[in-house]
Each structure stands twice: as structure tokens, then as C-alpha cells.
Design a protein. Sequence first.
Length: 190
Amino acid sequence: MIKNNCSILECYNEPDYICCCEMREVYVCKDHLTMHMSKEVHHNVKKNFIGLSPDDKEILSAHCESSLKRLKTIREHVSIKARECINKILKKLKDDLEIINDKYMLIIEVMEYLKQKDRVLFKNNNSKCEKFIVECVKNPLEFYDKLKKKELEMIEELDFEQRENILQMKILKLSERNKKNYEFYEYFAS
Ligand SMILES: [Zn+2]
Ligand SMILES: [Zn+2]
């Protein structure tokens, strides 16, 4: 285990050296190195640090500078991409809300119609409301089922994780198909 200070009792200096003697690693500071070496055993002293020459520091600083630049660029790219995604989601939300609102207004209109009239006359230019009533009379559950389907679609498209899962499933299926094709060609090529 690496130690944070000199092994000599009550010395809290940094351990500059490690000596592998006496079947264990001894950590000593530069003040206690001579004292440690005075014991007559086989010492094997190593530096417990890596020195940084002016050249090393220059090179490292240059690396740090370019990493900082890169990080700034990445930060910009990520922010732009995120903003694009947020805008797409907001646009999608706006479109969805418009669709929902249209349907809402249509239903209100239908309810008004039902209060006032008791038939729909077939004409060349039946209104949306009249067409809707005719369809509903023929198949009363259809609209409700369509709404449920629409809701699922809307949520699915807004849901990032779900979209990612669907995409991954598609990729997996595609790669399995490619693998099969490859095996097929390999069989005939051999
Ligand atoms: Zn010491
Ligand atoms: Zn030693």
C-alpha cells in the first residue's frame, strides 16, 4: 500500500524514496534516507516520484493548452447539438399540441351539432364535423382507438430513451441479417 508520509516514527515529511529491504517496503523522506541506509541490510532504494524537467513541463503545458482548446470546442459542439435537439422537441410538441387542439375543437363542434340537429344530410361538401359524425355512427369505437394509438406515437417520438432502444433494436436486426448474408456468401465462395 502506498504511504503518504515517511515511515520513520513521528516524521510527517513526504516519502521521497522507497526501499525494499527487510522483506517489506520502507518509505523514507530525504532527511531520513541516510539514517535508514545505515542499517546493515541489503537496501534497494528507488525514487518515489517522477521528476519533471523544464522540457517535460513545456511539453505537458502545451498538451494542457491544446486539451483546453479541444474541450472548449467540444463544449460548443455539445451545446449546439443539445440546442438543436431541444428545438426539435419543442417543434414536435407544438405540432402535437396543434393536432390535439384541432381534435378537441372538432369534438366540441360535434357536441354542439348533436344538440341542434338530429341528422346529417349527405352533401358534396360535408363539413369535417359532419363527416366525423357519419364515421362515428358507423364505427363508434374507432375514434377512441385512433386517439390511443396517436398518444402512443406522440409519446414514443418525444421519448429519447425509447427512440434509442428502437434504433438499437433495428441496428441489431440489421447486423444479424448482414451476418447471415455474409455466411451465405462465404459458403458459396469456399
Ligand atoms: Zn522522515
Ligand atoms: Zn532499506
